[in-house]
Design a protein around this ligand. Structure first.
Ligand SMILES: *[C@@H]1O[C@H](CO)[C@@H](O)[C@H](O)[C@H]1NC(C)=O
Ligand SMILES: *[C@@H]1O[C@H](CO)[C@@H](O)[C@H](O)[C@H]1NC(C)=O
Ligand SMILES: *[C@@H]1O[C@H](CO)[C@@H](O)[C@H](O)[C@H]1NC(C)=O
Ligand SMILES: *[C@@H]1O[C@H](CO)[C@@H](O)[C@H](O)[C@H]1NC(C)=O
Length: 702
């Protein structure tokens, strides 16, 4: 009797906390978006020397479609540095052809994970193409095709599902890389928080109501994907991509190859502006001493002040920061659904294009009182060229026409001295590049940006076009939560920031951080009041959602510059195997006996990886011999313990593939072999597939 009483009370209390979960229709999808694995500059560090030469982990697009029976929203997290208008517009255009009337700019969010190890050249504005020597069609195609494919997959498997929200704290996977800027925020505001970065991890768990099985998660945690540094030649989805692979493998089973299982786990970006995964912090690499606190320099130079991750090298750091995110997320996932907060309420969205330099917002000026203030034309400050402690800058701005970069030689002459108007507007930023005042050969920076909020029950997903810093993000979430409550949204509304969404406008710092003009402030491109304008605009979007009043004005259309792009990256001319060799010949065989934790290597005569990107495919396999004598694929080039490295050799058109497998500790004893797959381009320019396999080798006991 007493037992029964408790159950009744518990059930009552429980019900009071969490009302019955809404049933939504949810679809999930994943597709390969890995760009060209050779010769293409990696997007992120702006380091011209950092070019792709193989694959560590593949890049994926992960899609979640959520509908409440009336409205539908799409959230896509993509393993790439940042989203760009040309990608968003092309994806929407293709969806409008395939599924007329269902998907548009308004209900689709594309958010980049911010990996700094993905091939570039897919962004439409000039500044983003300098280090990649212009446009790279293959990078663009891989992203657009894969994003659309992942959306089609999700569209095709919509099913009834509950959505559970959870939140936890992960303390030791991020640090603030610009504490000098953060400290310029008001002391009473800082006193509200324990840490100078957000340690909160937010997760949505999607559970099919038909089967009771989970079909996916979206996880948000603020940290840069800069565990792999600016010397890394391997395509990598960095720490967030690895966390996703671990999660998917844990649910789908280790026998399912990466990117092939039904369960999809996205580790998406948030307000990571000043947040680094390099938790050992920065030091001077020559002396080992701390860098200068305010300028992050050693002896006046930025190149020597570098931050390091917790691992013994960058791959190990990627593993550690990825595992920490995965383990925390897994703990949240494994909780019983009854312990989680079910999302309840409608699906809605609000979207508007905004001409940012034209945005006028009321600023409470301490001297003059409330004043209407206009944002600025985009411009970059001097500290932008210095880069950050995650990757000191190498951007080749000052050398004009003597540069070795052909694209820079072409466009650099268009640089203009900043006008007085721009200098004044951006003050105290010393303007290095007045990108808003140049439009030759076409726009250097976006002026029209997308602003967008999705609502799923009590959760708001604010898709922002850039990198908000920690404190900018805190102000932003607080403002949206109270705007929602003030307009009938109740008291349990929560906002999550989906970073690097739709179009890239660099950083958004607080006004106070801006005054310090470190990298993040120098890269806040619309001037000191950029955050105020975003607060104002996103509050407007939030109001329109909770008042259920659609915005009548869609805003000005953004430019679509696909036809104007200039590419100066040479293509593959031809491949030659070299005298007495064939493509796919294994020229260095693996050692015949290895133990767990040792490394197996093999070298093959290769074709150029740009002949075929091997999307949804692989440049290498590890196979294990089965009892019946057949071979089973146990690894592809997308696994964390395999590496495909491509290298040009001395002869004209000749190259080799170096394959590596770090044999995991739990590998069963037995016979194994490694295969390489690729395409070569012959002298007649036809592209031909080839493959090759090593002799088998034994994995023995430890
Ligand atoms: C990158 O990481 C490697 C270790 O993996 C290290 O040797 C190197 O110094 C790092 N370089 C930079 C620029 O951070
Ligand atoms: C800028 O704002 C003014 C005033 O609201 C408006 O008249 C003008 O058309 C806007 N210009 C652009 C390019 O959006
Ligand atoms: C290439 O062209 C030559 C001459 O035109 C021809 O003899 C040869 O068969 C072609 N090779 C291939 C692989 O297509
Ligand atoms: C490997 O190459 C051989 C010979 O060209 C071909 O028959 C076979 O189908 C290829 N295997 C794979 C898996 O591509």
């Amino acid at each position: 009797m007493e037992f029964l009483f408790h159950v009744v009370v518990f059930a009552f209390v429980f019900h009071a906390c969490f009302a019955a979960p809404s049933v939504y229709q949810v679809g999930v999808g994943i597709a390969d978006v890995t760009g060209p694995a050779a010769d293409i500059n990696m997007m992120g560090y702006a380091q011209p020397k950092q070019k792709s030469a193989g694959i560590h982990t593949r890049q994926y697009s992960r899609t979640f479609i959520i509908e409440d029976g009336t409205n539908r929203v799409v959230f896509v997290s993509v393993d790439c540095a940042l989203m760009d208008q040309v990608i968003k517009t092309e994806v929407v255009n293709r969806l409008e052809v395939k599924f007329p009337g269902i998907y548009s700019h308004k209900n689709v969010v594309l958010s980049g994970t911010h990996t700094h190890s993905g091939p570039g050249g897919y962004l439409q504005y000039v500044l983003f193409l300098v280090t990649s020597k212009g446009w790279v069609q293959q990078s663009f195609d891989a992203l657009v095709d894969g994003i659309v494919k992942s959306i089609e997959t999700a569209h095709g498997n919509m099913q009834d599902a509950n959505i559970y929200y959870s939140q936890d704290i992960l303390v030791d996977a991020n640090i603030n890389r610009s504490p000098a800027s953060y400290l310029n925020n008001p002391a009473p505001e800082r006193a509200k928080y324990t840490y100078n970065t957000d340690k909160d991890m937010i997760q949505l768990k999607f559970v099919s109501t038909n089967t009771g099985e989970s079909i996916g998660i979206i996880n948000w945690y603020a940290v840069h994907c800069t565990s792999m540094n600016n010397t890394n030649p391997f395509i990598s989805s960095d720490n967030k991509g690895y966390a996703g692979l671990l999660f998917e493998s844990a649910v789908n089973g280790a026998d399912i190859m990466p990117g092939k299982g039904p369960f999809v786990a996205a580790f998406a970006s948030s307000n990571l502006g000043d947040v680094s995964p390099n938790t050992m912090g920065a030091k001077c690499i020559d002396t080992g001493l701390p860098c200068d606190f305010v300028s992050s320099t050693c002896n006046g130079r930025t190149q020597k002040c570098i931050a390091f991750g917790p691992g013994k090298d960058m791959v190990d750091s990627t593993r550690i920061i990825g595992e920490k995110q995965f383990q925390k997320a897994w703990g949240m996932y494994e909780k019983d659904n009854s312990e989680l907060e079910a999302l309840e309420g409608p699906v809605q969205f609000a979207h508007q294009f905004v001409n940012m330099p034209n945005y006028t917002v009321e600023i409470d000026d301490p001297v003059t009182g409330p004043t209407m203030t206009k944002l600025c034309k985009p411009a970059m400050g001097y500290s932008f060229a210095a880069g950050t402690t995650d990757g000191p800058g190498a951007f080749d701005f000052t050398q004009g026409t003597t540069s070795e970069n052909s694209f820079w030689n072409l466009v650099g002459s268009a640089l203009v001295k900043p006008s007085e108007e721009v200098k004044k507007c951006h003050s105290p930023k010393p303007v290095l590049l007045s990108t808003g005042e140049i439009s030759w050969p076409y726009d250097w920076h976006p002026s029209i940006v997308e602003t967008q909020v999705l609502r799923i029950g009590q959760l708001l997903i604010a898709a922002v076009p850039g990198e908000f810093t920690t404190m900018a993000g805190r102000r932003f979430r607080e403002a949206l939560n109270s705007e929602a409550s003030n307009n009938g949204g109740g008291s349990n509304i929560k906002t999550v920031i989906a970073g690097l969404s739709n179009v890239y406008t660099h950083y958004v710092t607080t006004f106070e951080e801006y005054q310090v003009q470190r990298y993040e402030g120098a890269s806040t491109i619309y001037g000191p009041h950029t955050l105020s304008a975003h607060l104002d605009q996103y509050k407007k979007l939030t109001r329109s959602i909770f008042k259920n009043e659609a915005l009548s004005d869609p805003g000005p259309s953004p430019p679509f510059l696909l036809d104007k792009q200039i590419s100066l990256v040479p293509g593959v001319v031809f491949d030659k195997p070299g005298f007495g060799r064939k493509f796919g010949d294994c020229v260095v065989q693996p050692y015949p006996f290895v133990k767990p934790n040792e490394i197996v290597t093999a070298t093959f005569v290769a074709g150029h990886p740009r002949n075929n990107l091997m999307l949804e495919n692989t440049f290498m396999n590890v196979e294990a011999k089965q009892v019946d004598g057949s071979w089973k694929v146990i690894r592809t080039d997308a696994h964390f313990d395999t590496f495909f490295f491509w290298e040009r050799t001395s002869g004209v058109g000749q190259s080799e593939a170096h394959l590596r497998w770090i044999v995991p500790a739990d590998t069963p004893e037995g016979e194994y072999r490694i295969s390489h797959f690729g395409y070569y381009k012959n002298i007649n320019a036809s592209i031909v597939s080839y493959n090759g396999t090593t002799q088998s080798f034994m994995v023995g006991s430890q």
